[in-house]
Design a binder for this molecule. Structure first.
Ligand SMILES: Cc1cc2nc3c(=O)[nH]c(=O)nc-3n(C[C@H](O)[C@H](O)[C@H](O)COP(=O)(O)OP(=O)(O)OC[C@H]3O[C@@H](n4cnc5c(N)ncnc54)[C@H](O)[C@@H]3O)c2cc1C
Length: 377
């Protein structure tokens, strides 16, 4: 049997898991993987907000993908995939590589979106490592002696975590700042659909001095503040944007089936509808199976990547494909939300939520440290 070629694009949670599973499943006996990531580093996105308060360093939350690939005998390129020819089954990269494939795994994740709001150049998105490095530089420019105002747009997971770390940043310098979180929906972490979690997050952050403005969307970001839907102008020295995500721009021009903001529609096998040889695990997709919607979460991305590898192997072997069962779903959310001050909220399902130090320890030691140990020599 001729060896098959797999091109794997993306070195985030899904991409890394695909490489591990490739080895575990012994798919290496049947196929070669060429792995491409534009940064050449894994970024542990859930811990990036803690860069603000210096609880973690860049080294703590990143992993060298080339070294990691070498451990598994996988060919790695630090490069950006710019084009995919779905009919010709080739990908083209920024550096000029053209690679053909029998199977393509598109694990390119999501990116921030600004919903065409005016003044995006006046705000700091909080998504990737480079974003946080810019936020840290901008914070250093603020004159803390003048009690600056920092506005965080969005009270989703990232927004509330960033607000909590801003409190710790300011406290560490024995200073005071006016921290606002502006959220269009009427509560914190609304997407979780867990009233208790929303309340716990709001109460705790309020007790730490964070102000919330609920039910007000931002319509424009100016150099000196934000304009809200009702015309109110909230003055600010710095605006951090966490209010929306969209699919990675690589898929924008690809003629794949899409939903919502352009999320790639996948079947329970994690194959893209209409393209049996293309798999799209993780944040890039819209995974709705049995009327359950997958959340855009790290572990969900990892589980989907495992299924993608299993199914590539089963396709080569002529076996029936397996179906992914959504583990992190909108119907039954699970999350650990860190809020600064060594506290986190554990969310399990739509009813249970608990705030304390233990959820924070679980998030840091059992989840983050354990995960990142895979990048250590
Ligand atoms: C600030 C923040 C906090 C979060 N907190 C949590 C949390 O507490 N718990 C949780 O479960 N989830 C959390 N998430 C969500 C979680 O991080 C994502 O669900 C997860 O990263 C998705 O994995 P992925 O592999 O699909 O995408 P990503 O991890 O985003 O990886 C995509 C990869 O693709 C690469 N790439 C993109 N385009 C190209 C291209 N054209 N060519 C080559 N490479 C490319 C990127 O460099 C990146 O390495 C958080 C996300 C953010 C932003």
């Amino acid at each position: 049997m001729t060896r098959k070629k797999i091109v794997l694009v993306g070195g985030g949670f899904a991409g890394v898991e695909a490489v591990i599973e490739y080895h575990k499943e012994k798919l290496e006996d049947l196929a070669d993987i060429i792995w491409i990531d534009k940064n050449g580093r894994f970024e542990y996105l859930p811990a990036l907000p803690e860069l603000i308060s210096e609880k973690v360093s860049v080294e703590d939350v990143t992993g060298d993908l080339e070294k990691f690939a070498a451990k598994f005998g996988v060919e790695f390129h630090r490069d950006t995939v710019e084009e995919v020819d779905l009919d010709g089954r080739t990908v083209k990269t920024k550096s000029g590589l053209t690679l053909d494939y029998d199977f393509l795994i598109l694990a390119v994740g999501a990116e921030p979106t600004f919903f065409n709001i005016k003044g995006r150049e006046n705000t700091y998105p909080a998504y990737h490592l480079d974003d946080y490095l810019k936020i840290i530089d901008a914070l250093r420019e603020l004159e803390l002696s003048k009690k600056p105002r920092i506005v965080v747009v969005g009270a989703g997971l990232t927004g509330v975590e960033v607000a909590g770390e801003l409190v710790d940043y300011v406290k560490k310098r024995s200073a005071v700042a006016d921290i606002y979180v502006v959220e269009k929906v009427g509560k914190a972490v609304p997407f979780l659909g867990n009233e208790k979690a929303s309340k716990l997050v709001e109460e705790y952050l309020k007790s730490r001095g964070v102000n919330f403005l609920f039910g007000k969307g931002v319509t424009e970001i100016k150099l000196d503040g934000v304009v809200l839907e009702d015309g109110y102008f909230l003055e600010s020295n710095m605006v951090i944007w966490t209010a929306g995500v969209a699919p990675n721009s690589l898929v924008k021009n690809l003629n794949l089936p899409k939903k919502g903001r352009g999320w790639v529609v996948v079947k329970p096998t994690i194959q893209v509808e209409g393209y049996e040889e293309v798999y799209a695990p993780g944040d890039i997709n819209c995974a709705i199976f049995d009327s359950d919607v997958a959340m855009k979460m790290a572990e969900e991305a990892m589980l989907q990547a495992k299924v993608a590898i299993t199914n590539i192997k089963r396709t080569i072997e002529g076996k029936t494909l397996v179906k992914h069962r959504i583990a992190f779903s909108v119907r039954s959310p699970k999350s650990l939300i860190s809020l600064g001050g060594n506290q986190a909220v554990l969310v399990y399902g739509r009813r249970f939520a608990h705030r304390g130090r233990l959820p924070y320890i679980i998030k840091k030691i059992y989840v983050e440290k354990r995960y990142m140990s895979r990048f250590k020599d």
